[in-house]
Design a protein around this ligand. Structure first.
Ligand SMILES: Nc1ncnc2c1ncn2[C@@H]1O[C@H](COP(=O)(O)OP(=O)(O)O)[C@@H](O)[C@H]1O
Ligand SMILES: Cc1ncc(COP(=O)(O)O)c(N)n1
Length: 270
């Protein structure tokens, strides 16, 4: 049996809603074999981040080598990369092992405001890693930091997507979750020539921990299975919408999304 292989290079969330845990659950649900390179351990729960413990540089380099020397992931995503040093290491190994289909979720700040990327690392993300991306998936504040522009409306989101493609990412997906203006959420996908708009009903819920991780992991799983980008993003958007709608109610604060929901719906279960 041959199986799609997906790799995530990201931080750990012991609460299981974001980071590598969310990525692995999503890969599994969508039928891709999941592998991990862990960059940092974040001690967190639904009320916030209590501590961040980066993995020593050599430990990350060795995980990348152990992966590259034996496996050939068909798509890879990055999440929390924490420092410029780690970003440069990932870029170097990416080229060394000739991996393909890179999805960059430029994780910078946790929902509760805790920093997950050092400020000076944004520049390294833009210059060293982004040019290798097939698709980069910032939320609005991340798109602002990547491009240096302020984003308050849809046309600015389009402009930010254009600039991210100019920086070298083949596609840019500027997500609309942080635009609290209306009952609909619009994610803007740009392929260098035209825009695609993914429009969904905003779910009123506090359980949105790990939405960005889960969405980019679903895109990665679909790419690993051979889907073209627009089809991968469309399936991933349905996956995250179901995961947000069928909330699990776990934790006292911003709880995780429901990674089971999409496949349960596909099987016709409640
Ligand atoms: N309340 C919500 N209802 C429906 N979709 C949402 C909601 N919040 C976020 N999303 C979707 O989840 C994905 C990630 O959201 P966003 O908040 O923009 O990014 P991040 O989780 O990286 O901060 C996007 O597709 C966004 O449209
Ligand atoms: C390890 C890790 N990676 C990413 C996030 C971002 O997720 P969110 O923006 O939903 O807090 C997180 N909280 N922890």
């Amino acid at each position: 049996m041959s199986i799609a292989q997906a790799l995530t290079i990201a931080g750990s969330d012991n609460g299981g809603g974001a980071g590598i845990q969310a990525d692995l659950k999503t890969f599994q649900e969508l039928g891709a074999y999941g592998m991990t390179v862990i960059t940092a351990i974040a001690a967190q729960n639904t009320t916030g981040v209590q501590g961040v413990f980066p993995i020593p540089y050599d430990g990350i380099a060795q995980q990348l080598d152990s992966t590259g020397e034996d496996f050939q992931p068909t798509a890879t995503k990055t999440g929390m990369l924490y420092s410029a040093e780690i970003i440069r290491l990932v870029a170097e190994k990416w080229q060394q092992y000739r991996w393909s289909n890179l999805v960059i979720d430029p994780v910078m700040v946790a929902k509760g405001g805790a920093p997950l990327l050092q400020q000076e690392a944004v520049k390294a993300l833009v210059t060293d890693l982004l040019p290798h991306a097939l698709i980069t998936t910032p939320n609005i504040p991340e798109a602002e930091l990547l491009t240096g522009m302020s984003i308050t409306n849809l046309s600015q989101r389009e402009e930010a997507a254009r600039r991210i493609v100019q920086m070298g990412s083949t596609y840019a997906l500027v997500k609309g979750g942080h635009d609290e203006g209306s009952g609909m959420i619009v994610d803007v996908l740009y392929d260098g020539q035209s825009f695609h708009y993914l429009e969904n009903v905003r779910v009123v819920t506090r359980h949105t921990h790990g939405t960005g991780c889960t969405y980019s992991a679903a895109i990665t799983a679909e790419l690993a299975k051979g889907s073209p980008v627009l089809a991968a993003v469309t399936t991933a958007r349905a996956f995250i919408q179901a995961a947000i709608e069928d909330e699990l109610g776990i934790g006292a604060g911003h709880g995780p999304t429901n990674h089971f929901a999409y496949q349960r719906r596909q099987r016709g279960e409640q």
